[in-house]
Design a protein around this ligand. Structure first.
Ligand code: CMP
Length: 143
């Protein structure tokens, strides 16, 4: 079954949006397979965002991600990568539709509350980076 990596960023944790965000994925019907509160160090954040290292906002992005604890999660379900991105909304909250997490809960691209893998390949890499110990193997009887 398809899995994706979802991270609630430091602003989402500090603003008390963890329950709201988890609820949206649960209500959609996806299964939570891994979850942990973590403070990441700079080299780890740089590795997660390595593809963006040439971007002018890279330094600020890394500072943002290391500024406080994040909630790292693995969600599973049919087409969860693309559907998860739809639940999250466009990267820039100015463009994200009402009803999406960023459309409802964020204003600034530099404080956009949440990250979700953008492809199955990125999901595989990000889950391996954030959950080297692996995630739950057990099956819910509902799925
Ligand atoms: P995310 O989905 O985590 O993927 C890359 C992140 O880079 C993105 O969300 C934003 O947090 C950040 N980002 C992308 N574009 C910009 C930008 N123009 N200015 C600041 N941050 C950006």
């Amino acid at each position: 079954m398809e899995q994706t990596f979802i991270m609630i960023k430091p602003d989402g944790v500090q603003r008390g949006l963890v329950g709201e965000i988890i609820s949206r994925f649960e209500k959609k019907g996806f299964s939570l397979k891994g979850l942990k509160l973590m403070s990441v160090e700079r080299p780890f954040a740089e590795k997660h965002y390595a593809d963006l290292s040439s971007k002018p906002f890279f330094h600020g992005l890394v500072e943002y991600i290391i500024s406080g604890p994040v909630v790292a999660m693995v969600w599973e379900g049919k087409n969860v990568v693309i559907t998860g991105r739809k639940i999250i909304g466009a990267t820039n909250p100015s463009d994200s539709a009402p009803g999406t997490i960023r459309g409802d809960l964020a204003i600034d691209i530099g404080r956009n509350v949440i990250h979700g893998s953008d492809s199955i390949e990125s999901a595989r890499k990000e889950i391996a980076l954030w959950f080297p110990e692996g995630v739950a193997e057990w099956q819910s009887s509902l799925h």
